[in-house]
Design a protein around this ligand. Structure first.
Ligand code: ATP
Ligand code: MG
Length: 468
């Protein structure tokens, strides 16, 4: 009864301007504290500090996007985004710990002592208005938004977002939720729906197709028919997006703990064929029996249990069967033949043609793949890798092998022993480095040569390394 009464308080107001610049009406649904489940107690303290500080300096500031969505459905947000009327240059003045990043959209990153970053973005102008202004939107030939740094009102900003469930604002001053996009209705009915017309929304930014599938996979919500039809119709446009951005998006899913439903969703929506053509062909051939599914499920289980994996490890698990088959990799002497090595690199290039993996990560993945096969081979024959357990790559290889073996339901004692040896060797190497005052980078390259190269760069001679 109380909840019903609270819902009745939901007010539909037309106080702010009235159209989105193209004539479509804007409305504002204010849901007071009694009508929604978000408690200030559950909001990150630093995000609250940022909003308070902006308010104190005379600005509007709201918690927006995924944080409001997650808090509404009782999940802990992964990160906190704030929208404000303060421009990027104003943010730099209000916060000493602020850095402005981005070209396509300028955003303020506010840094806190524990490495936490709160993202603050200025309200974006409606697409229709920005299109008319000279400072407005810059598009590619295909309609993708390349640059968009024209500022507007909270309503306009909400309507520029992707999904209705991602378009809600939380107002710390009144503890109310502002709903300009009818997002609460979709949150309650567990529906993923684009805010603007799906074909237009995906033409502006094809990555939104992945985002729609991602959030459906993570929340278990149903994708509304018009949105799903549009994804299926437009799936190949995903390749219009920047290939490093596509890689970053896939990495988010590999690290989400919900990679299994996500990859099932992109397979069904045909996006996997665009992004990972080799894996796609294999999955179509073998269906749910393909080892990819057990591997990704194990990765999900471990992520949910609190483990974190680097990009090369996550990508190795994703690409595993596209890189080699055991038979291809081993010649009669049980060594990796030069031909197999060449093939490994070719296979990698083919299977990652649509996503841009950095050169540094490519080398690490190839190194993992090469040794993973050796380690696996030795494990099957109860032989030890010996000195190979004392290399900079040993930990990565073992992490992958553990995931692989775990996914088959095995837990061999020998693998635990190897893991302990690797740990011991790592500690020894660390102590030795501390003694020599050396530092080892994540690729495990020999420190001496790198140090010399870096020093040369530092004197102003060299160009920054591509992979830095
Ligand atoms: P996550 O839980 O993964 O952080 P999220 O929805 O918060 O999910 P973010 O990448 O943190 O994702 O983005 C924050 C918000 O910015 C989104 O909720 C959405 O409102 C908006 N947004 C992000 N990417 C896009 C996009 N490509 N197009 C339109 N709006 C976007
Ligand atoms: Mg977020």
């Amino acid at each position: 009864m109380i909840a019903a009464a609270a819902n009745l308080i939901v007010a539909l107001k037309n106080k702010r301007p009235n159209t989105d610049g193209a004539g479509a009406p804007l409305y504002e649904k204010i849901i007071p504290r009694a009508g929604h489940p978000i408690s200030r107690k559950n909001i990150d303290k630093d995000a609250i500090r940022v909003m308070h500080r902006l308010n104190k300096h005379g600005h509007e500031a709201y918690l927006v996007g995924g944080a409001v969505r997650d808090l509404y459905i009782g999940k802990t947000p992964k990160d906190y985004d704030i929208a404000t009327d303060a421009t990027p240059s104003r943010l730099r003045k209000v916060f000493r710990n602020c850095r402005i990043i981005g070209r396509r959209f300028k955003i303020g990153h506010i840094y806190f002592h524990d490495g936490k970053v709160i993202e603050v973005a200025t309200f974006r102008q409606s697409a229709a208005k920005a299109e008319k202004s000279t400072k407005g939107i810059v598009r590619s030939e295909s309609g993708i938004i390349l640059r968009d740094n024209a500022y507007g009102t909270p309503q306009e900003d909400a309507r520029r977002r992707d999904l209705t469930i991602n378009g809600l604002f939380y107002d710390l001053k009144t503890f109310s939720v502002l709903d300009y996009v009818d997002g609460v209705k979709d949150l309650k009915s567990k529906i993923v729906r684009m805010i603007s017309e799906p074909d237009l929304s995906f033409a502006e930014d094809p990555v939104r197709m992945l985002r729609a599938l991602r959030h459906a996979a993570r929340t278990g919500f149903r994708i509304e028919d018009r949105t799903m039809d549009s994804i299926i119709r437009n799936h190949s446009d995903i390749l219009q997006a920047n290939s490093s951005r596509l890689l970053e998006e896939l990495l988010k899913d590999l690290r989400s703990g919900s990679a299994t439903p996500f990859f099932k969703a992109i397979l069904q929506a045909h996006l996997m064929g665009d992004l990972l053509p080799v894996l796609y062909a294999q999955l179509l051939d073998s269906g749910s029996a393909h080892p990819f599914w057990r591997r990704i499920k194990t990765l999900d289980d471990r992520v949910r249990g609190g483990s974190e994996f680097s990009s090369p490890i996550s990508l190795s698990m994703l690409l595993y069967t596209t890189l080699f088959t055991e038979e291809e990799l081993w010649d009669a002497n049980q060594r990796i033949s030069p031909l197999a090595m060449k093939q490994l690199r070719n296979n990698f290039q083919k299977s990652t043609a649509a996503i841009q993996v950095s050169r540094r990560d490519t080398e690490r993945i190839l190194q993992i793949a090469r040794n993973l096969s050796t380690f696996n081979h030795l494990l099957r024959r109860a032989r030890t890798p010996g000195k190979k357990l004392d290399k900079n790559y040993s930990r990565d290889v073992l992490d992958c092998l553990e995931l692989e073996v775990e996914s088959t339901g095995e837990r061999p004692e020998m693998l635990l022993e190897w893991s302990r040896t690797v740990q011991k060797n790592e500690r020894k190497r660390q102590a030795k480095r501390a003694q020599n005052g050396d530092s080892e980078d994540s690729t495990g390259r020999a420190p001496k040569r790198r140090r010399r190269r870096r020093r040369r760069r530092g004197r102003g001679g060299g160009q920054g390394g591509k992979n830095k």
